[in-house]
Design a protein around this ligand. Structure first.
Ligand code: IPM
Ligand code: MG
Length: 346
């Protein structure tokens, strides 16, 4: 979908030099590393990155498809986007969920909220053990751990909680949003989610003009469907943020409309929220709007505000008119047709 997005950026005459970098499944299979070091070095020379949709697979399949000479070397597959988020400390994952008027896939017209997902910690920290290290059994209270357990450690730090929650409130203040809702499961996951919720309650007091509330992630899922207009800005730890992102994307047109900004203090990576739909690879069938919306967020981040506004209007107009639609929207336009229609509105 990056080809489709380039059609739009070229028409917008964005003054940029584009560099291509290797990333994804094919580099895992061939080199044992889906995010090669040369790509990281290249990224360091740029202002920001656009990341196309790629595939992530579970442990067993990751090993199966590795080149024969790389097998049994103890290589561990780690999702490239998760690594980028950690390497570049992109602690904010901003995911706007806005129903573009007249999109036949909207769950309801008028939905407009933004997810702020913590992007570096939680169950994504990478502290995982297929078999438990001996030393853990010596920790008081853990001696009864089953010997054959696999464990993944959920890590929330005060700094990590604080900076994402502050980012959500600062965004609400800047964009004149009315309410920030904290997503958690602190009634069960008492230590790590407890810290997230306590931090939220403390920081909310610094923003008396913004309404604040919290919800357990499970009950939030039903309330989001029942009363979507009750939500404005949602702030969540990494995994819950991941899960509600797909739910919210589905409410505003599906994954063909879900865009993400992975944003740190001095670098950012923009991407569609969806995966790669491998069965459609190279067919230019899928909806490019998610990636084009990610490009719009990139323009905002680069300070190209006027261009970002024009691009959003162009997308909105094409969806509203409804003459060019990809298959997910009930049409037969290709990804490139859709991109061209948007580019022609700029
Ligand atoms: C997302 C994706 C990623 C995630 C995957 C591809 C590792 O689902 O960005 O939401 O879990 O963060
Ligand atoms: Mg996801």
């Amino acid at each position: 979908m990056l080809d489709a997005t380039r059609i739009v950026l070229d028409k917008a005459k964005l003054d940029a030099e584009y560099l291509h970098a290797d990333v994804g499944w094919q580099f895992w299979c061939a080199e044992g590393n889906p995010l090669p070091q040369r790509t990281i070095e290249l990224m360091k020379k740029t202002d920001c990155a656009m990341f196309g949709a790629i595939t992530s697979k579970p442990r067993t399949i990751a090993d199966d498809e590795l080149a024969p000479e790389l097998k049994n070397k103890g290589l561990v597959y780690r999702s490239p986007i998760v690594r980028m988020r950690q390497l570049f400390d992109l602690y904010v994952c901003k995911r706007p969920c806005k129903a573009i008027p007249n999109n036949p896939l909207n769950y309801k017209e008028g939905i407009d909220f933004v997810i702020f997902r913590e992007n570096t910690e939680d169950l994504y920290s990478g502290y995982e053990f297929n078999t438990i290290p001996e030393a853990m059994f010596r920790i008081k209270g853990m001696e009864k751990l089953p010997r054959d357990a696999a464990i993944s450690i959920k890590v929330n730090t005060p700094k990590g909680c604080e900076r994402i929650i502050k980012a959500a409130f600062e965004f609400a203040k800047k964009e004149k949003r009315k309410k920030v809702t904290c997503v958690h499961k602190a009634n069960v996951v008492r230590a790590s989610d407890g810290l997230f919720l306590e931090t939220f309650e403390r920081i909310a007091k610094e923003y008396p003009d913004i309404e604040s509330g919290d919800a357990n992630v499970d009950s939030l899922c039903q309330w989001l469907l029942k009363k979507p207009f009750n939500y404005d800005v949602l702030v969540a730890p990494n995994l819950y943020g991941d899960i509600i992102s797909d739910l919210c994307a589905q409410m505003t047109g599906g994954l063909g409309f879900g865009s993400s900004g992975n944003i740190g203090e001095d670098y950012a990576v923009f991407e569609p929220t969806h995966g790669s739909a491998p069965k459609y690879t190279g067919m230019y069938k899928v909806n490019p709007i998610a990636t084009i919306l990610a490009a719009k967020m990139m323009l905002e981040w680069l300070g190209e505000t006027e261009l970002a506004i024009r691009l959003e209007k162009a997308i909105t107009d094409v969806v509203h008119e409804g003459t060019v639609r990809t298959y997910d929207m009930g049409g037969d336009a290709s990804s490139l047709d859709m991109a061209t229609a948007i580019a022609n509105k700029l």
